[in-house]
Design a protein around this ligand. Structure first.
Ligand SMILES: Cc1cc2nc3c(=O)[nH]c(=O)nc-3n(C[C@H](O)[C@H](O)[C@H](O)COP(=O)(O)OP(=O)(O)OC[C@H]3O[C@@H](n4cnc5c(N)ncnc54)[C@H](O)[C@@H]3O)c2cc1C
Length: 498
């Protein structure tokens, strides 16, 4: 095969950023010759088997790219459709105060109320965003509401983007029925029909103006074989859109910095991770959290004052074992209660700080260099206390926590939670802190001294290189980021001059 291929546009990455961009661009300009390069394999719903051990292959590093200081693991997809292949489908609009900050302090003035509302109305219709009926609440979701209501904590219903969902609950291992309306089901089939060429197992190493260097590997067993042989190739295009996600778009730019003569010190910086704990209470009765749709309710009651959200959650046995600290027999005893576990996800709103970054090691591999701030620690501690109260109010007899002097906590400990749950007991090397919502690293903004891309997504100092994924976010959006990524991708596609 010719080692040099030429297109009008090259999109790097098939996650929701790249796929939404391509969907909109092909609607606006159907005659463009477009290639999408994806480092992961070509898997569709037929290849998902609901087995945790097998399906961790959908993720980079089997599900956790560890931070350099080993305090936290980041989950991101490395498969066709990117993280949208295994995301849960929770759909939030960006909060008004976040958009106001992005307009006032980063020059994203295009995000007017009118543009945002019109765009998200259209997007939500397209990907079937809706509230799930109360009759779908499994016992975990019901208990969360019972506990929160007893404490006077308001609970809201989540919006989800699914169609004909069979409530199997395996969203995070890939949806076997295609109900989840991620890129695999919505945008990718469309752009294929419009003639876009998708090259899987094709890893972009670096870019130059109008040129992309890639390595193609053989397709893993059980996935769709490549249509061409493995090796190194060059792709040429008028415009190159980097949509390789937060862990990889900034690192492609860093690996390309010499060729592109990029001196921008902000590349990879201002990384935010929306750090999360998933915690469990052990109920007196069977909870069967593994039945039904995993999450239908949440609380943003503490968002403005204490900077965190509480969402209901469900995880498979392997991840649940990781999420509960301890070893040996004691840990085995805990896991014997799997069918009685109630589960809550705590998400802390972290600040965008210059020192937190995605960078590269000597071999050019991604390094997540992130230190959790004192403010985020405070948010997590407060969240652990509030979640513990909800567990007990819902009828749990024990609560398993990562930051206590005593584990598990018993209901009789309820009046000394302030003593037992505290920062001094938060040993980040022993706790399973994680992130599934990385953001930033290629910040968008009108001020080059604090950004990487201009307000049309073009990388400052380049003529043909753009970014279109969650790495554009100037700060944390503070909610699950999917809709906001789509919003920015739509804007970039609408404004690209080819
Ligand atoms: C388990 C899980 C659950 C989640 N649940 C929710 C939820 O309910 N709601 C919500 O809003 N968000 C959720 N998220 C987050 C959300 O899925 C992501 O924020 C979003 O999908 C990111 O989209 P993206 O396009 O920025 O990047 P990605 O989806 O990460 O896409 C990047 C793509 O680029 C490819 N790539 C990387 N490097 C290269 C390279 N060098 N060359 C070629 N290709 C490359 C990757 O394989 C990937 O396919 C969840 C995430 C996870 C992991």
């Amino acid at each position: 095969m010719n080692k040099n291929l030429t297109f009008d546009i090259i999109v790097v990455g098939s996650g929701v950023g790249g796929a939404t961009f391509t969907d909109y661009l092909t609607r606006i300009n159907p005659d463009l010759k477009i290639a999408m390069l994806e480092s992961g394999p070509y898997r569709t719903k037929e290849q998902f088997n609901q087995r945790e051990i097998d399906m961790t292959a959908l993720y980079f590093n089997r599900g956790a790219v560890l931070s350099k200081n080993l305090q936290l693991g980041v989950a991101a997809g490395n498969t066709l459709g990117g993280s949208s292949a295994m995301y849960t489908g929770v759909s939030f609009r960006p909060p008004k105060n976040v958009l106001e900050n992005w307009r006032n302090n980063h020059g994203l003035n295009f995000l007017t109320d009118v543009y945002v509302t019109k765009s998200l109305d259209e997007i939500e219709k397209d990907i079937s965003v809706h509230e799930l009926p109360k009759s779908w609440d499994n016992q975990n979701n019901q208990l969360f509401q019972t506990g929160a209501e007893k404490l006077g904590i308001p609970v809201k219903r989540l919006k989800i983007n699914t169609k004909n969902c069979q409530q199997q609950g395996f969203c995070n291992l890939g949806c076997t029925t295609g109900a989840k309306q991620g890129a695999l089901e919505v945008q990718i089939p469309r752009v294929l029909e419009r003639g876009v060429k998708i090259f899987c197992n094709t890893k972009v190493i670096s870019v130059e103006e109008n040129k992309v260097h890639v390595i193609v590997k053989d397709a893993p067993e059980g996935t769709k074989p490549n249509s061409f042989s493995s090796g190194t190739y060059q792709f040429h295009a008028k415009k190159i859109i980097l949509a390789a996600g937060v862990l990889n778009t900034p690192t492609i730019l860093l690996r390309s910095a010499n060729q592109l003569r990029l001196k921008n010190k902000n590349i990879g910086r201002y990384l935010t991770l929306h750090p999360a704990f998933n915690i469990n209470g052990i109920h007196t009765k069977i909870v069967s959290n593994y039945r039904g749709f995993p999450k239908t309710v949440y609380s943003d009651y503490f968002s403005e004052t204490d900077h965190f959200y509480l969402e209901t959650s469900f995880y498979f046995p392997g991840v649940t074992a990781k999420n509960n600290s301890g070893y040996g027999n004691m840990h085995q005893e805990i896991m014997k209660n799997y069918d009685k576990m109630m589960s809550i996800l705590i998400l802390a709103h972290d600040k965008a700080e210059y020192h937190n970054k995605v960078t590269i090691d000597k071999k050019g591999k991604t390094v997540v260099d992130y230190t959790i701030s004192n403010a985020s620690k405070n948010a997590l501690i407060k969240a652990l206390k509030e979640a513990t109260k909800i567990f007990f109010a819902a009828g749990c007899e024990k609560v398993l926590l990562p930051a206590t002097s005593k584990n598990p906590l018993l209901k009789s400990d309820s009046n000394v939670l302030d003593e037992l749950i505290s920062e001094k007991n938060l040993n980040l090397y022993k706790t399973p802190l994680s992130s599934a919502h990385p953001q930033g690293g290629s910040r968008m903004g009108d001020n080059q001294t604090i950004s990487v891309c201009d307000i049309h997504g073009k990388v400052y100092g380049t003529k043909s290189i753009y970014v279109c994924d969650a790495s554009l976010f100037p700060t944390s959006v503070q909610v699950n980021p999917y809709e906001t990524i789509m919003l920015l991708a739509k804007w970039i596609a609408e404004n690209l001059k080819v």
